[in-house]
Ligand binder design. Structure first.
Ligand code: GTP
Ligand code: SPV
Ligand code: MN
Length: 596
């Protein structure tokens, strides 16, 4: 039974058997003053009513029903198209606990600022209460939250991205605790926009944006910023990582978790289709998750991982039948597209799709080729259920998670960094993650293509001081632990002509195969100060042509370049002062000394 009638009384705050939840909903309603309150049950009827309402008011535009059944286009406010890192805060009582890696505000100031924005902001609107579970509903690794929002677009997206509704509410009522997320789109005014986190209170307050990472609070706000804080105190890890299963021709599956910064290839790697020769032999990649990974040590000492999400909020541009056929098949129906262009017959379109022709751009204007600007926004995205993915792993819903054999770090590095190398041990691997650098992308507002340190792809997402985070990572190297090997990759090395030298996408399987053969002790490598590097002959490169420059740069070790890089890594670690673990500084100094 859906509950969208405007007659729903505003005092309808007591829908749960959990007093703490009812009280919070009542408090929020008193502050935000909505016309009506709607408790989301996650049902099909509820979703259909919400979609109809959004189609009616233009929030959603129906796409071509023949080619894209049940699919929708949403055009955001043109100033609200990406995460806003400069407006994202971690509010801990002591500034040092948030670290130099976060913008900080005291909890008192943060609450006061946000509550002033929320005061009366839902007048004339419906307030939706969304109970959700991050992770399989029956998994001990999962954690729950409740998001209150005035955006039906957020409700529809949360329904795809999380396990939302009645089963989540039942778990919350059983457990008695939940993360509190309060969201309003406000007036979508960039000058009245903040994303605030209160990790110690398990609370999020987000105002003034409807964009994914700012507004779908289960995702980056809960599953990374708040969860990383919880994970530290409870002995697990909340990471910005994809999870995939690599099945070999013998039928063995090894699970790999990989952290790449935003718009640096997680969705693509998670859905990889092996090159023809590999496919013929029986190699297969299974998708467990494409963005977030929660993992913790199991009884056997290995790390076990779940994907806390239930859907994909993926980058549209660059997705094609050649680069990522699984993604394209996944978004063939029941998908919400945000800020893509459309063709004359109302099909979604983006740069790199191949085929079709845009006639209306992402803002809703006639598309003018002559201007040379993209038709789809560079950070346009699709929201779709993971269940629709042809490679969705049969283990993805496993309550115990999947055992991780290898952890991969990687970034966009046009120069210096080779295709792949392996860390010597866990401590070295943590340094490799801590030292990660990458060129910025359109996933966040600000300049694109600027190299910055993005440790473990968590710079925008770690809810506490990076020095403590690295110490937490190091602490997993304990008696009885059977830790995964750690690798670093760079799919984005450019040649003198400015073009990517590595073909990437499906051919990345060649690198994954080498990693798993290293895990099993079957593949060779050369030892260098920065770790173990394969020679071209150690990888299966059958069928791909790499010229001499590519071989040298993808597999070579640039001694002078790494000397400079390690000096910069040393300076970076020093920025964290005495809080930075000595073991990591020692590791950096050992390698710097080996580089001479
Ligand atoms: P978020 O959702 O922002 O966290 O991004 P992501 O890490 O999942 O990145 P995604 O897989 O969506 O890729 C982002 C962009 O990088 C797309 O335009 C891809 O086409 C491109 N890309 C992905 N993998 C490769 C690769 O191996 N080589 C090259 N050259 N480009 C790639
Ligand atoms: C990212 O930016 O890393 C994303 C998209 O995955 S968002 O949900 O906006 O964080
Ligand atoms: Mn991401």
């Amino acid at each position: 039974m859906n509950n969208l009638s405007p007659k729903t009384p505003v005092h309808d705050t007591g829908r749960s058997t959990l007093a703490a939840l009812n009280d919070w909903v009542a408090q929020v309603a008193a502050l935000t003053k909505p016309d009506t309150i709607h408790w989301c049950d996650g049902s099909d009827a509820e979703n259909a009513a919400l979609i109809a309402k959004m189609e009616g008011d233009g929030t959603l535009i129906r796409l071509n029903e023949q080619t894209h059944p049940n699919s929708w286009l949403h055009r955001s406010h043109p100033d609200d198209v990406a995460r806003v890192e400069h407006l994202t805060f971690v509010c801990t009582p002591r500034q040092d606990d948030a670290g130099p890696n976060n913008h900080w505000m005291s909890p008192a100031e943060g609450h006061a600022k946000m509550d002033a924005l929320f005061d009366g902001c839902m007048k004339g609107r419906t307030m939706y209460v969304i109970p959700y579970c991050m992770g399989p509903i029956d998994s001990p690794l999962s954690r729950c939250g409740v998001e209150i929002t005035d955006s039906p677009y957020v409700v529809a997206n949360m329904r795809i991205m999380t396990r939302m509704g009645a089963p989540a509410l039942a778990r919350i009522e059983r457990e008695g605790s939940f993360v509190r997320g309060l969201h309003s789109i406000g007036e979508l005014d960039p000058n009245r926009r903040f994303i605030m986190h209160f990790p110690e209170e398990l609370t999020i307050k987000s105002f003034g944006s409807g964009y994914g990472g700012n507004a779908l609070l289960g995702k980056k706000c809960h599953a990374l910023r708040i969860a990383s804080h919880q994970a530290r105190s409870e002995g697990w890890l909340a990471e910005h990582m994809l999870i995939l299963g690599l099945e070999n021709p013998q039928g063995e599956t090894h699970y790999i978790a990989a952290a790449f910064p935003s718009a640096c290839g997680k969705t693509n790697l998670a859905m990889l289709i092996p090159p023809e020769g590999y496919r013929a032999q029986g190699w297969k990649v299974w998708t467990v998750g494409d963005d977030i990974c929660w993992m913790r040590p199991g009884a056997d000492g290995r790390l076990y991982a779940i994907n806390p999400e239930a859907g994909f909020f993926g980058v549209a541009p660059g997705t094609s039948i050649n680069s990522n056929p699984n993604a394209l098949k996944t978004v063939a129906h029941d998908t919400i597209f945000t800020n893509v262009a459309v063709t004359a017959d109302n099909q979604p379109w983006w740069e790199g799709l191949g085929g079709g022709k845009p006639v209306i751009d992402w803002r809703g204007n006639d598309y003018d080729f002559s201007k040379g600007t993209p038709a789809a926004h560079p950070n346009s995205r699709f929201t779709v259920s993971a269940k629709q993915c042809p490679s969705y792993s049969p283990r993805a819903e496993d309550a115990q998670g999947v055992p991780i054999s290898a952890i991969v770090f990687g970034g966009r590095r046009a120069s210096l960094v080779p295709l792949v190398f392996e860390a010597r041990d866990w401590t070295h691997g943590v340094l490799v993650g801590a030292a990660m650098g990458s060129e910025t992308t359109a996933a966040a507002t600000g300049a694109v293509g600027v190299m910055r340190r993005d440790p473990m792809a968590m710079k925008p997402f770690c809810g506490y001081n990076f020095a403590d985070y690295f110490a937490h990572w190091l602490s997993f190297d304990a008696a009885g632990a059977k830790l995964p090997k750690i690798f670093h990759v760079n799919w984005f090395r450019k040649g003198d002509d400015g073009k990517f030298m590595w073909p990437g996408f499906g051919d990345n399987l060649r690198v994954l195969e080498w990693m798993i053969r290293r895990v099993k002790g079957e593949a060779a490598a050369v030892e260098t100060p920065i770790g173990h590097l394969p020679r071209p002959a150690d990888l299966n490169l059958d069928g791909i042509a790499l010229n001499q420059e590519a071989q040298d740069k993808l597999f070579g070790f640039d001694h002078a370049g790494w000397q400079t890089e390690f000096a910069s890594i040393g300076q970076y670690l020093e920025e964290y002062g005495p809080r930075m673990p000595q073991a990591l500084k020692d590791e950096q100094q050992r390698i710097a000394a080996a580089l001479g």
